[in-house]
Design a protein around this ligand. Structure first.
Ligand code: ADP
Length: 254
């Protein structure tokens, strides 16, 4: 039995994946809070308990993500671009050539070759408007849960434009739309389109299917808005928020 653990210490969430060979036994997630190392250790402890595994049965732990160096108990660390490429390539059955990761505070675009190697990489981490953070801000203003956004957006009946290119201005734009009586459902749909436009501008031209991961990819409505903007199919990878942790686990030595 070859048990490996991947830990992704992201800006918004800490994700852990436990693998037996290449098969996922367990996934877990906690919010990123100060004292990340303790949070990560307790997350792994929870995973071991739930899978009935002992520490000495784990052959490797690899950390990744912006807080990777904070988890000193890992056997090693790997940069998140490599971990994302490895995880997404494997989960796509070797098909992914363009991977779009929409995380809590940044968007990353990876272009891969036919062996899964990264040939190009772009990131936007300067502006919250095209990231999961924008969804979180909106959830607060709309007094709704992000996990309800898809159902709500599906009930949208009127097209609304969100014109602000900055999350801070968009926040007040949303407030004034609501004050004008625009439905929350229509605002969420507009939000998806607005994020999709910003992501598409970063992606540029694509001729291939794109693969989506990162926490915000959970929102199917966002994936479909992105398809409209990119004029191509967008496939959401399985358990998209965990792709990077999964890739790190695959890179752990067994
Ligand atoms: P990071 O790696 O930067 O910490 P993640 O890839 O974990 O970021 O993504 C975090 C984002 O995922 C949040 O900002 C939020 O927008 C989105 N998200 C988290 N949980 C859900 C959910 N249940 N449904 C939809 N979106 C979610």
């Amino acid at each position: 039995m070859n048990v490996r653990i991947g830990l992704d210490l992201g800006s918004t969430a800490i994700k852990a994946v436990i693998l037996e060979d290449d098969r996922t036994l367990w996934r877990g997630l906690r919010s990123t809070t100060p004292g990340q190392e303790a949070v990560a250790s307790s997350l792994i402890g929870e995973g071991l308990k739930e899978t009935g595994l002992r520490k000495d049965q784990v052959s490797g732990v690899v950390s990744t993500g912006y807080g990777k160096k904070l988890f000193t108990a890992a056997g090693g660390s790997v940069d998140e671009i490599t971990a994302n490429a490895v995880g997404a390539f494997k989960l796509s059955g070797g098909k992914a050539r363009v991977v779009i990761n929409i995380g809590g505070q940044d968007v990353k675009i990876l272009r891969l070759d036919e062996r899964g190697g990264v040939v190009d990489f772009k990131m936007n981490d300067k502006c919250a408007a095209g990231t999961g953070r924008f969804l979180e801000l909106a959830a607060r203003i709309l007094d709704s849960l992000i996990s309800d956004f898809d159902d709500m957006a599906a009930r949208s009946t009127e097209e609304v434009e969100l014109n602000s290119t900055c999350a801070v201005f968009a926040e007040s734009e949303i407030v004034s739309l609501l004050a004008r009586g625009v439905k929350r459902e229509d605002v969420i749909k507009a939000l998806y389109v607005s994020i999709a436009r910003r992501v598409a501008a970063l992606v540029g031209q694509v001729s291939d299917v794109v693969y989506l991961d990162g926490g915000a990819a959970v929102n199917r409505g966002l994936a479909s808005a992105l398809e409209d903007e990119l004029f191509t199919d967008a496939r959401v990878l399985d358990a998209p928020q965990f792709t990077v942790a999964y890739g790190a686990a695959l890179l752990a030595r067994g």
